[in-house]
Design a protein around this ligand. Structure first.
Ligand code: URA
Ligand code: SF4
Length: 212
């Protein structure tokens, strides 16, 4: 079965994890991607922002949420009074999964990870959460929610409230999880964009209120 466990070091801090993750071959996604995109931020961060997987720009630069969705997310966080500098940002899956489009010069189009890939990569997230011990996790979109709560998770039902942490995270003593939409959903929203963005900010305000 696909599984990152053999690659995850038993000791060490975030730097040791990041170094080891750069060599992970726990599932086939490492083959086509440029590099592992590990989480970024301080170990002392109060909030973990959990995305799905790196996008095209993240894959090239090796850092999470540095592309268009990331810019939008940081703007939304600031508006909700969550200081981006106080967050640890990571993804449920650490390698970019894509298909090449036939048109437009073979652009790389993001493809959602399967549940198997999500499960394979999960040990990295567990290790990050164990070290950062956030007070709150913000799950950005359905994939992030599934990484925490399993395949039955529905973001439309769960969003905008403080959820009890999943069993595995009870020991971390976190206040909970706030789920919301993925910031890329705002970018895709077309004429409803303002409304969809406001919904994201409103959910993030729930997270900010739980922190204060
Ligand atoms: N979308 C994500 O879910 N994560 C990133 O790092 C970038 C885009
Ligand atoms: Fe390892 Fe995760 Fe990359 Fe798969 S996606 S190779 S499990 S780091």
């Amino acid at each position: 079965a696909y599984d990152a466990t053999p690659f995850v070091p038993e000791r060490g801090g975030l730097d040791a994890l990041r170094k080891a993750a750069a060599r992970c071959e726990g599932c086939p996604l490492f083959r086509e991607a440029t590099q592992t995109v590990f989480g970024k931020g301080r170990r002392s961060a109060r909030v973990v922002l959990l995305g799905e997987q790196p996008g095209d720009q993240e894959d090239r630069r090796g850092e999470p949420f540095v592309g268009p969705a990331g810019h939008l997310l940081m703007r939304a966080c600031s508006e909700a009074e969550i200081d981006p500098a106080e967050t640890y940002v990571t993804n449920a899956v650490k390698h970019f999964k894509f298909v090449l489009s036939e048109e437009r010069g073979k652009r790389r189009i993001h493809k959602p990870p399967t549940l198997r890939e999500l499960a394979a990569c999960r040990p990295w997230l567990s290790a990050e959460l164990r070290l950062v011990e956030p007070e709150l996790i913000v799950a950005l979109g359905a994939t992030a929610g599934k990484a925490l709560y399993g395949s039955g998770f529905r973001v439309t039902q769960a969003r905008g409230a403080v959820l009890d942490p999943p069993d595995e995270l009870q020991a971390l003593d976190a206040k909970g999880v706030v789920a919301t939409i993925h910031p890329a959903a705002v970018l895709r929203a077309g004429e409803n964009r303002e409304e969809v963005y406001a919904g994201l900010v409103s959910d993030l305000r729930v997270a900010a209120a739980a922190l204060s």
